[in-house]
Design a protein around this ligand. Structure first.
Ligand SMILES: [Mn+2]
Length: 293
């Protein structure tokens, strides 16, 4: 563990699920919560999601994989600067690139969505599939270019190909940028009318030329009735089964990493949002495992 990129990695007392050092799945907590504009607290999500993971079943009925047999290697949390977002994106990118080079699928637990800029660049993904209520395509938000509202814009500027699902909160400038830059998005309303299979088919087509795929689950993609504990809740969201069914039809062994972001535990008194976050991790890892077999 002498690689300089590991300077910013902290052991955490709690692990996600069962720790198996040979597991192809790595967990990293990224407790960054600096630019949250509405309901802060996502810095507490990595520990909360690890905690609730101890109390749910690890056998995936969807994919037939028992993740308690596969386990996870939990690398702990990334040590972050208290206010410098760009510095943190760089730290995140360094740590994630190290873990990715160990040939593990890197699973990041945020933290605000801005962490995804660092994880995607660190993992060197060429394509991102984003589940999010928001497009996150703003050029700047409140004067800042590294912000939770600008995530996909920063990645798109770096040449990463992006497709978004479940969106329903956006500005006209974002829609124009998406059109001009060839970023397809399927709103939550369209997901309902098109149905899971049609949406999945469009995603599969989009992902055809991709080599290294990254999936990001902003928990606000899911309806607030299922996921109330998020930083910026937005009505008319997707239901959890729809998200998992789409994932299940599109994820294959090209998925080199994914994340769950924007859970805000203080607004999640029943812990159902954190449980759902842990479930997304389990099911996505289980699906990727079926492709690795
Ligand atoms: Mn969002």
């Amino acid at each position: 563990m002498s690689d300089p990129r590991l300077l910013y990695l902290n052991e955490t007392p709690q692990k996600f699920g069962l720790f198996k050092s040979k597991s192809p799945f790595a967990i990293v907590g990224i407790p960054m919560d600096i630019t949250s504009s509405f309901r802060p607290g996502s810095r507490f999500a990595p520990q909360k999601i690890r905690h609730v993971s101890q109390f749910i079943e690890f056998l995936s009925i969807r994919s037939g994989v028992d993740m308690s047999e596969v386990g996870f290697v939990d690398f702990g949390d990334i040590i972050l600067h208290p206010s410098d977002v760009e510095e943190n994106v760089e730290r995140i990118s360094q740590v994630i690139s190290y873990i990715s080079e160990l040939n593990k699928v890197v699973i990041s637990i945020g933290g605000e969505h801005t962490i995804t800029v660092g994880t995607v660049l660190g993992i060197k993904a060429d394509c991102v599939l984003s589940f999010d209520a928001h497009l996150d395509l703003r050029d700047e938000y409140m004067g800042y270019r590294y912000d939770h509202a600008c995530v996909q814009r920063r990645l798109s500027e770096k040449g990463v190909k992006i497709m978004e699902i479940g969106n329903r909160a956006m500005g006209r400038d974002e829609i124009e940028y998406a059109k001009a830059s060839g970023i397809p998005f399927i709103t939550s309303h369209e997901v309902k009318t098109l149905g899971v299979r049609e949406v999945a088919m469009r995603v599969v087509n989009f992902l055809k030329p991709c080599n290294r795929i990254y999936i990001t689950y902003d928990m606000d993609a899911i309806d607030p009735s299922y996921a109330p504990g998020v930083a910026t809740p937005e009505p008319e969201g997707l239901d959890p089964s729809t998200v998992l069914d789409i994932m299940n039809l599109v994820a294959d062994k090209r998925v080199v990493g994914f994340d769950v972001v924007e859970v805000s535990p203080s607004y999640d008194p029943t812990e159902i949002t954190s449980v759902l976050g842990a479930k997304l991790i389990l099911e996505t890892a289980a699906k990727i495992k079926t492709k690795l077999l």
